[in-house]
Design a protein around this ligand. Structure first.
Ligand code: BES
Ligand code: MN
Ligand code: ZN
Length: 494
């Protein structure tokens, strides 16, 4: 589909469809004073109360002669968030799709977010809603999308007409990256395996010209990645470590890099500490972090970001088997530190332990890991907000601000030193805590032991946000691709 941008006055409901965003309250249309030509139709429906402009309320109005005016509510402007604006656009996109129009004009509202950010969020919302989603159904129920062209229009003698192409393609790239992460994450564990993900990375490297190195089991042995090997041992599918190096502008391979690590457990059965069967199917999502890393690296290359980036994807399947690692096992991690395994279901932090150790060999300017790590984090923050563990104030702010800008929430979580007690082991250097209380914090404390103090490091726990339990506008049930656009925003901002 083609996205276009035009800076010209709105000129009445346009064939076949025009989208306007309307806020709740008496000022609904006054705020969007440029809408004069739509005022009559819109005002009638507002004054009779048929449409109140409530958050994500949608009204497609037939204006005769194959012309539609689609009104989408933003709710009270004081409460309007980036996420709501994105969802409103997604809602509009879904409505256009169901009207089966071939073309539409979207009137960009003037909002406190500023014109560029408003534009970006709306483009992403439409893109997320309109791209077809892959499935395995033998009978395709959804007819192909009729919409061919969307024109975003603004009358406010806009300052970014010359940059609109760049902003458009940047927003589309970000949305596509998020969709790619969703595709990988939604894929069943029989298809999305450590090997297949490594292959995807290699293919991406060939297409996008970045360097991809794959470590197989033998190489992992040589590199002493004892933790990754332990987790992978119970599966017939070998673990992998994928190392993606993107150089950006001319520079040295040893230049400081932003390093992103994504947990890649292609299926988390819990291992010998088997999970209950209820909801076990959802554990194909346990590689959402790795999917985000791959999607971000590809998008960074597409956008030709001028900086050095390293993406690490530790990949394994956590299964019970005669060869599986056991509670009580002592493993030597790549860092040399020994760990006493307590619960084989705490596998993610083991993968991350070795990956964090490896990351520090690449001269990290900053280090971010993203992982569906703990059920505790999901319980604490729900499915719309990720846990953000970071003791480096600048990096913490950077992540929170980037998240806010793209409509993803990250809430700062504490490292509580008292809980280090639960990491004590009599036999090994320490153990991953198996305490349920403070579970997300305990995991972060464990990870911290693998990161040198002076390195700006952030740990993002996306256990809650990686999956959507029910469909919302632009977010079908299933993988969300959460984190992709936040990380891209951090990278594009420098
Ligand atoms: N992959 C899970 C965490 C998870 C739970 C992600 C729910 C998404 C939704 C992780 O590997 C795990 O099993 N964590 C355990 C840790 C415990 C055994 C210390 C947990 O959270 O219960
Ligand atoms: Mn687990
Ligand atoms: Zn897991």
């Amino acid at each position: 589909m083609i996205f276009k941008y035009k800076c010209e006055p709105f000129n009445g409901p346009i064939k076949p469809a025009t989208v306007i965003f309307v806020s709740a309250g008496p000022e609904a249309l006054d705020r969007t004073d440029e809408l004069s030509s739509f005022r009559l139709q819109a005002q009638q429906h507002l004054s009779c109360g048929a449409f109140k402009g409530g958050r994500l309320d949608t009204l497609p109005l037939f204006c005769g002669q194959d012309t539609w005016l689609v009104m989408v509510g933003l709710g009270n402007l004081e409460e309007l968030t980036e996420a709501t604006l994105l969802e409103a656009a997604a809602k509009a996109g879904q409505t256009l799709a169901s009207l089966r129009v071939k073309e539409a004009v979207v009137c960009l509202p003037s909002l406190a977010f500023g014109s560029i950010k408003t534009f970006e969020l709306i483009v992403v919302g439409f893109k997320l809603a309109l791209e077809p989603r892959f499935n395995y159904k033998t009978t395709k129920t959804d007819p192909p999308l009729a919409l061919r062209q969307l024109t975003f229009q603004t009358p406010s003698a806009s300052n970014f007409i010359d940059r609109s192409k760049v902003i458009l393609s940047r927003s589309e790239t970000a949305a596509l990256a998020q969709l790619e992460a969703r595709r990988l994450t939604d894929g069943p564990a029989s298809v999305i395996t450590p090997e297949s993900l490594a292959k995807e990375a290699v293919e991406a490297g060939l297409a996008k010209m970045f360097k991809v190195t794959i470590w197989d089991e033998t190489k992992l042995e040589i590199e002493k990645c004892g933790a990754i090997l332990a987790v992978g041992r119970g599966s017939s599918r070998q673990p992998r470590m994928v190392i993606i190096e993107y150089q950006g502008a001319a520079g040295l391979a040893a230049d400081p890099a932003t390093i992103i690590i994504g947990k890649g457990v292609t299926f988390d059965s819990g291992g010998l500490c088997l999970k209950p069967s209820e909801n076990m199917a959802l554990m194909k999502t346990d590689m959402a972090g790795a999917a985000a890393v791959l999607a971000v690296m590809k998008a960074a290359a597409t956008l030709k970001l001028p900086q050095r980036l390293v993406g690490l994807m530790p990949l394994a399947e956590n299964m019970p088997d005669g060869a599986a690692y056991r509670p009580g096992d002592i493993i030597t991690t790549m860092s040399g530190q020994t760990i006493e395994v307590i619960n084989t279901d705490a596998e993610g932090r083991l993968l991350l332990a070795d990956a964090l150790t490896l990351a520090q060999k690449y001269n990290p300017a900053r280090l971010i890991d993203i992982a569906t790590l703990t059920g505790a984090c999901q319980i604490a923050l729900g499915d719309r907000c990720a846990g953000l563990f970071c003791e480096h104030q600048t990096l913490l702010k950077t992540i929170q601000n980037a998240g806010e800008a793209v409509g993803e929430k990250f809430w700062p979580m504490p490292f509580i030193s008292e809980y280090e007690e639960s990491l004590k082991s009599d036999l090994a250097d320490f153990k991953p805590s198996a305490a349920r209380a403070g579970g997300a914090i305990n995991a972060a404390l464990f990870l911290r032991r693998f990161v040198k103090k002076d390195i700006p490091w952030a740990h993002l726990d996306i256990a809650g946000t990686a999956r959507n339990s029910h469909a919302t506008a632009g977010f079908p049930e299933g993988a969300t691709g959460f984190g992709v656009r936040t990380i891209l925003k951090i990278l594009t901002d420098g």
